[in-house]
Write a protein that binds this ligand. Structure first.
Ligand code: FAD
Length: 477
């Protein structure tokens, strides 16, 4: 007897695909996840990219959004093998004078290291951290009538500013400005764009609220814990099952696709009404990343010793320098001195490297689909704040935007956020619709980071897509 079709099929096992499948299974629906690659997890995968015994995360490492996520944080992932490890401090931002600005868990301690800007820092982040849970619930979802309007009204005025505007208006000194700019540069927007401050505020807030932990053993452990929990609920997962067309999927099953608009167009093509197809075709992808993974024969020799206490290090110097680098990327150029995001997870998770050795990764932003090798530019930036760094490199693995996309087709042109996250496209992703997760085709949903609230390992796109699917026929019947 052929097996009956599941109630729902999820295509793609990234954090959003797995979150969607879990929410459906928790609601009592049978669900099957189909993953094109041989390992599951999408942006939560680990592999020995350089040498045996060196575990590298191919994409995400810092799991602050997972820990802050209103959905993921309530799942029993520790029972399924997930252990989060906190670096001594979340973030360091070295400067050319040999010092480093340190973002600590405590707003107070961070503020008191910022000299004259301490008060302004306290006034900016103190109230936000007090409201963090309510604020994250508002921000990590689709646009809707706010449940906590007062909390949003405290966040909004600062969040809609550009990073440069907010930094210059709130802070006088270069230390606080640089710290803010580094967090905002995760947005992959020009730091002069309205609302480029929002990303940085949320990331810094998450560092104060829950920390910036890493999964012991690698990001893969987070994906494995989600998968294990899903299986315990009866869900099924098949790897090496790339779906090329919706016609391959059981006709009676509701379909949730952990893919971006370009792939949705390919998979669903003629089934989608022409107007919706045209709107998907206008979806904007952002710049890409160039990433380097290193196997090192010891810790990175930071000039500022405090930088060694941080899990993440933002390299790019002063706000002005970071702003210029990011502006160049949005203009299609390759900065000579790029803004570099570096993570040194093995400092705090010794399972990632053989004894006495270390791993680290770094990436910088590059124009969409760039093929330029940025290894030299990235390593020169690290060397600037950690002289002798190159001598520690035992092996390296690099990925340009094409390789990033080859490993995961969701990273179109190297864009790791599933599309530009500016004001115009933050809540209207993939298109402006009352329920952005639904498509005009009954029973067909999109659940990737190309839906609100966008990029990052929080699973909230998947969660909201599953809720939308559960409200629709045939899952209501
Ligand atoms: C270098 C890098 C560093 C990052 N660092 C962080 C970080 O530290 N913290 C953080 O929160 N986020 C980080 N991110 C972003 C984060 O990884 C993504 O935002 C997140 O993984 C998006 O989840 P998703 O489920 O929407 O898609 P993905 O995780 O991209 O998963 C999509 C999955 O669908 C599969 N798939 C696609 N098409 C098909 C098909 N046709 N058939 C079958 N399967 C298919 C893919 O193989 C993939 O497994 C990083 C990303 C990168 C690339």
């Amino acid at each position: 007897m052929p097996e009956p079709a599941p109630d729902a099929v999820v295509v793609g096992s990234g954090p959003n695909g797995l979150a969607a499948a879990i929410e459906l299974a928790r609601a009592g629906r049978s669900v099957s996840v189909l993953e094109g690659e041989s390992t599951l997890g999408g942006g939560c995968r680990s592999a020995e990219l350089t040498l045996p015994g060196f575990i590298h995360d191919t994409c995400s490492t810092v799991q602050s959004l997972a820990l802050a996520s209103p959905f993921l944080r309530r799942l029993p992932l520790a029972e399924h093998g997930l252990e989060l490890v906190h670096p001594e401090v979340p973030l360091a931002h070295p400067l050319d004078d040999g010092s480093a600005v340190i973002l600590q868990r405590s707003v107070e301690r961070t503020a008191s290291s910022l000299g004259a800007d301490g008060g302004a820092y306290r006034r900016l982040f103190g109230p936000l951290v007090g409201d963090a849970d309510a604020l994250l619930e508002e921000l990590l979802g689709p646009l809707r009538v706010p449940r906590h309007p007062l909390v949003l009204s405290r966040f909004g005025p600062a969040a809609v500013r550009s990073a440069v505007g907010l930094g210059r208006s709130r802070f006088e000194g270069e230390r606080a400005r640089a710290l803010l700019a580094g967090c905002c540069a995760h947005s992959m927007l020009s730091l002069r764009t309205p609302a480029s401050a929002a990303f940085g505020l949320v990331l810094a807030l998450s560092a104060h609220h829950v920390g910036w932990p890493v999964a012991r053993g690698g990001a893969q452990r987070l994906a494995d814990a989600l998968a294990s929990y899903l299986r315990s609920l009866g869900g099924q997962i098949e790897t090496e099952r790339r779906v090329e067309s919706l016609a391959e999927l059981p006709s009676g099953a509701v379909k949730l696709l952990d893919v971006t608009p370009r792939q949705l167009l390919r998979l669903a093509g003629p089934a989608l009404p022409p107007v919706y197809r045209r709107r998907l075709g206008r979806f904007r992808y952002g710049p890409g990343v160039f990433k380097v993974d290193w196997a090192l024969d010891g810790p990175i020799p930071w000039k500022a010793a405090e930088a060694g206490r941080a899990g993440t290090v933002h390299i790019g110097g002063r706000l002005e320098e970071i702003a210029v680098a990011e502006e160049q990327v949005t203009n299609g150029e390759h900065p000579e001195r790029p803004f570099v995001l570096l993570v040194q997870a093995s400092r705090f998770d010794s399972t990632r490297a053989p004894e006495g050795r270390e791993t680290a990764w770094a990436y910088c932003h590059v124009p969409s689909s760039s093929r330029k090798d940025m290894t030299e530019a990235i390593e020169a930036q690290v060397e600037r704040f950690a002289p002798g760094f190159r001598d520690r490199i035992v092996a390296r693995s690099t990925m340009d935007t094409a390789e990033v996309e080859r490993r995961n087709p969701n990273y179109v042109g190297g864009d790791i956020n599933g599309g530009v996250q500016d004001l115009r496209q933050l809540f209207t992703r993939p298109v402006a619709r009352a329920v952005p997760y639904a498509t005009p085709v009954p029973g067909l949903f999109i659940c990737s980071s190309s839906t609100p609230p966008g990029g990052g390992v929080h699973g909230m796109c998947g969660f909201h897509a599953a809720r939308a699917a559960l409200r629709s026929a045939p899952l209501t019947s």
